[in-house]
Ligand binder design. Sequence first.
Ligand SMILES: [Zn+2]
Ligand SMILES: [Zn+2]
Length: 257
Amino acid sequence: MLFDTHVHLNVSHFDEDREEVLQRAKEAGVENMVIVGFDHETIPKAMEIAEQHDHIYAAVGWHPVDAIDMTDKELAWLEELSSHPKVVALGEMGLDYHWDKSPKDVQQEVFRKQIQLAKKVNLPIIIHNREATEDIIQVLQEEKAEEVGGIMHCYNDSVDYVDACLKMNFYISLGGPVTFKNATLPKEVAKYVPADRLLIETDCPFLAPHPNRGKRNEPAYVKLVAEKIAELREVSYEEISKQTTENAKRFFGLIDG
Ligand SMILES: [Zn+2]
Ligand SMILES: [Zn+2]
């Protein structure tokens, strides 16, 4: 069984065939997934899909690219949603220095407010990071994010920063890029992260793993990610799928007792 910790089945790319995509995920052994909402359109859709399916959960947050659109009203909305039984984390939140729609200082302010909210409602956080690893680690440290813990989603930087993340009770999630031929960093990270802190994801519809690179990604392909990680760590596919599923259930508080 597999746990895809980061999917966007809530975007329009899946409007035509969402139920077929879910069926293919089931056939590939993907038992659970977390749908991540990140703005006015995708948050209600994530809640709707999670409410309709037992094995699907939701995370809600404000994306750093759109940080400039987050007011106190949106923050209050996130707080209200945080008590919903299907909401297992806040995010994705973080910093994205690739796009310049929202200035860096605005992104950091919105990121800090969401970490503070996560501590208030006691939910872990999901971090989106693009070209901003050092600033992200600094904000997480200053805001004492270790009190709630989190996921570095689709981690794509040097292994050198992994220890700082682990120290703050963070998990490292790997996606499609670990399967890309020319991607050396995620392969090193896949070998380095302790077994009990490793998670897998698709981030679908984006970042489809090899040999589907460039196509629309979907949760069934998380199997390709797990297979590649098993190969890199020289363990069985069964061991990786069992371990990452256990880790995800522990992280999201889905283990009874
Ligand atoms: Zn992201
Ligand atoms: Zn995402």
